[in-house]
Design a protein around this ligand. Structure first.
Ligand code: BTN
Length: 252
């Protein structure tokens, strides 16, 4: 574990950089299960993940040393389990803030927590919470952010900072900005700030007519909001339906 000089109070103050690991989320989980004392805001970053994990059991593939693959340990014991989607909102907005800082325009949060530029994914977030009674205990926030990858062979819907601004970025600088943004959003969350307005303002396809898929069937609808437990609210044929994470997908 190395100490850092990021301009933060705690996120990224303790950081471990690994050359190769299966998954930084798994690594943090293992540390927790070994009862290793972890400071709030500890970061594990890897040059290369051999079995990076995405949402819904998907793989997260990233070439070595090109992109940011990191996990952040956060104490989240002030968040009610029922309100845990607020954490997703805070983290999505932090990644959004970080990208906007690097002059990435037209950045959107694709529910539940992907980050898109135009119709292409630039970052993915995998949040794994531990519960304690009615509250969360702590959370592992895994973030995969495409930074310097120039080609995405066979993948049409992915992009990177490099592809957008045509400039290579120092991964350490991107990590620093991400730590700053995450800490800011975390502190807002702790103060009880409400992210709904900002989340909806930056939500992919918000209030636009689009095609969605549910149980293999396509339908036309318009996202009108997110409910209190984080379900996507879609208006279709004058009906409002609430979809939880695995129930609906976007047809792009
Ligand atoms: C997704 O889009 O499905 C989420 C992708 C999350 C990938 C990151 S990379 C760092 C951390 N370690 C993992 O194994 N996954 C997350």
């Amino acid at each position: 574990m190395q100490n850092n000089t990021f301009p933060t109070l705690f996120v990224g103050q303790s950081i471990q950089k690994l050359e190769e690991i299966d998954s930084t989320n798994n690594y943090l989980k293992l540390m927790l299960s070994n009862y290793e004392p972890l400071a709030n805001g500890t970061v594990i970053m890897a040059d290369h993940q051999t079995a990076g994990r995405g949402q819904y059991g998907n793989k997260w593939l990233a070439p070595a040393k090109k992109n940011l693959t990191a996990s952040f340990f956060l104490k989240t014991d002030f968040i009610l389990a029922n309100d845990q989607f607020n954490l997703n909102k805070a983290v999505s907005l932090a990644v959004y803030d970080c990208l906007t800082h690097f002059l990435i325009e037209d950045c959107k949060i694709k529910w539940p927590n992907d980050i898109y530029v135009g119709n292409k994914k630039i970052a993915g977030i995998l949040i794994e919470n531990r519960l304690q009674g009615k509250y969360l205990k702590d959370s592992i926030i895994g973030i995969g952010l495409n930074v310097n990858q120039s080609e995405f062979y066979g993948v049409n819907h992915a992009t990177s900072i490099f592809r957008i601004i045509k400039k290579e970025m120092d991964l350490q600088k991107v990590l620093e900005m991400l730590c700053v943004a995450l800490e800011e959003r975390y502190l807002q969350l702790q103060k009880g700030e409400n992210f709904d307005k900002e989340y909806l303002k930056n939500l992919f396809r918000f209030n636009l007519l689009g095609i969605f898929r549910c149980n293999g069937e396509d339908f036309e609808g318009r996202i009108i909001g997110i409910d209190s437990v984080g379900r996507l609210m879609i208006e279709s044929d004058n009906n409002i339906k609430h979809f939880s994470i695995k129930e609906v997908s976007f047809v792009l």
